[in-house]
Design a protein around this ligand. Sequence first.
Ligand code: IDP
Ligand code: MG
Length: 153
Amino acid sequence: MSKEHEKTLILIKPDGVQRGLVGDILSRFEHKGLKVIALRMLQVTKDMAENHYGEHKEKPFFGGLIEFITAAPIVAIVVEGNNAISVIRKMVGATNPQDAAPGTIRHDFGMHMGRNLIHASDSTTSAEKEIGLFFETNQIIDWKKDVDYWVYE
Ligand code: IDP
Ligand code: MG
């Protein structure tokens, strides 16, 4: 596998789980040709949420965001692929589902900024930090996906 392959963290937020969209969202990444290398369901604690969203601490929406992300279970997923971080951010779409392009997850499933279904890391630095927050090293599975021969030249 080439060294340009990146790992990134995806969270299907409580609204995605509550609305029964885990399968639909996950299948988009599978169908794209990305490789799932870790997956778990959990309820985020306040400490984890404040760490994960630390960059937004001073924003007016911070309190509501922490309340929302801790309110019910989420699904955390680590995905690997060539340029996975930018590829997935494009698939996720703009933060506000009302501005997100058709065909993106936030456009296709969402109606409101505070209920935008999914998180995806925005850089290699944040991916590394965020993966570490949700997974132990031994929970990330280094496996050979045979179909990669038919996904990458
Ligand atoms: P991103 O998820 O597209 O990277 P960020 O600006 O990093 O967007 O914001 C993190 C999360 O905070 C968003 O996904 C959304 O859930 C929430 N958020 C951002 N801006 C607002 C807002 O103006 N109102 C309510 N929630 C917001
Ligand atoms: Mg962000």
